[in-house]
Design a protein. Structure first.
Lengths: 274, 274
């Protein structure tokens, strides 16, 4: 069945699978909605997807390590289109979670993109940057450029797309396995991806690659991708998963899934986890 | 024609389109090849793809601005599998260009991923970081997380894939247009993506989004994506394209294309452009 693309693409809003209602070819707000603001210096607007939990894990790790950090975490339900509210678009014109307002200096500084937020917070508190900055930055950016092939590529075509298509599934399964192998060879040699220190690069990579290996993403993906081929990734993933801050970070802004004990749609205090 | 994925994915090395010979589900070297090393402090191993020219543009902008920077740029021909040589895998275990050895401190520090290299060099020389670091980081990381949908997604399925598939082309055309619209709305308000200063965020975004709008990527993609919808991106793209350092940056490590005057496969001196 041969398809010939038109000269000029036009939007058919009926196509698009499970996320058709939240994918559009234009940006900007669709409704006038202010963001709520709490009393803490950091105001996070997010959801407990892999990109979201990167940042809540860092916040909870900073608190666990004794840094004087407090934050309000507000739920952005992307299935409900909260990311298209005017207030959210002001903090992230790209309409993706997570997004942060940093009011620590009496200002109201926006930061968007999970990688930018991780680096911003780690630099501000001088923590989880590791001893080898070039190596840490290399792996932090490796995650940013690689995970769209795992999530937007493999996860979409294997699990979410309305129809199973052989070529895209093969393309992205191959790339997902290659990426897991890159990580496995690295973690055969070092304890943490940037070397001897647990850093924001681990916190960025774990929610995607760690959780695939732990069997938490995309249905039967762990079997399909033969994740037992990556024992060093698995050991690292389990080590991170056992950290108390990581469990708390996974809970924040979670309003989905079967495990009720993990659901904490909003977080405003250290007592909220009790 | 319904396709049912197997329980466990296995590699059929015959599938994969134009890049089938360079895509594999495993990482690591396939051959024993040392990297050449020149006399300058920075040794770059790259190719003039959009990710490659980000870094050569920054090097040439640093030189243009009077910073005491010198570099050797060596060609990594990815069509020939140079990225799978043992020496290259040592500098980037992910086998992607660009990759850098920084020998400025008498050490031999590796940096890989274009975004990490940009940040590493800009910080080392205190240049092109702009006055608003959170905003610059947000847009720098925005490029890293977004362009895989433009390049690995849209560019692949629209231009490179062995067969035209309607659903993936629609999916990625919609996302490419959304991203261009995000950028267009931003550049309606500010001269450079991070605000008032030309920064590494512009240098990261331009080779992808600027060059799509200039009609340089993926055949008839500029028509297909109706790039005239994005006049602010176009004006910004042309402004950057006119910079002498950008033209030189585009030349370095280029061994492909019809324009012979742009080809400079290796760069070892400022005189090489003459």
């Amino acid at each position: 069945m041969t398809y010939t693309p038109p000269k000029v693409w036009t939007w058919d809003s009926d196509s698009g699978g499970q996320f058709a209602n939240i994918n559009r070819p234009v940006s900007g707000p669709t409704k006038d909605v202010d963001l709520p603001v709490g009393r803490h210096p950091y105001q996070l607007y997010s959801l407990a997807t892999p990109n979201g939990v990167k940042v809540t894990i860092l916040f909870e790790e900073l608190i666990e390590a004794g840094h004087p950090v407090e934050y309000d975490a507000w739920l952005i339900d992307i299935g409900e289109g909260d990311q298209f509210g005017s207030g959210f678009v002001d903090v992230n014109p790209n309409s993706k979670i997570p997004a942060l307002f940093d009011r620590t200096d009496g200002a109201n500084v926006r930061v968007f993109e999970s990688g930018a937020i991780l680096l911003h917070l780690a630099e501000r508190h001088g923590a989880f940057l590791g001893a080898d900055r070039p190596e840490m930055l290399s792996w932090l950016f490796w995650q940013m450029g690689s995970a769209p092939f795992l999530g937007g590529g493999f996860g979409h075509f294997y699990h979410y797309a309305p129809e199973k298509l052989e070529y895209p599934i093969n393309r992205y399964a191959m790339e997902a396995k290659r990426q897991l192998d890159v990580l496995d060879k690295r973690l055969e040699d070092v304890e943490w991806v940037a070397g001897g220190d647990y850093t924001i690069a681990d916190m960025a990579i774990w929610p995607w690659y760690g959780q695939v290996v732990l069997g938490r993403l995309y249905g039967d993906a762990a079997t399909f991708l033969s994740v037992d081929d990556y024992p060093h990734v698995k050991a690292w993933a389990e080590r991170i998963d056992a950290r108390p801050a990581v469990r708390r970070g996974r809970m924040v802004n979670r309003n989905f899934g079967d495990d009720v004990s993990l659901k904490l749609p909003e977080r405003h205090s250290r007592d909220d986890f009790a």
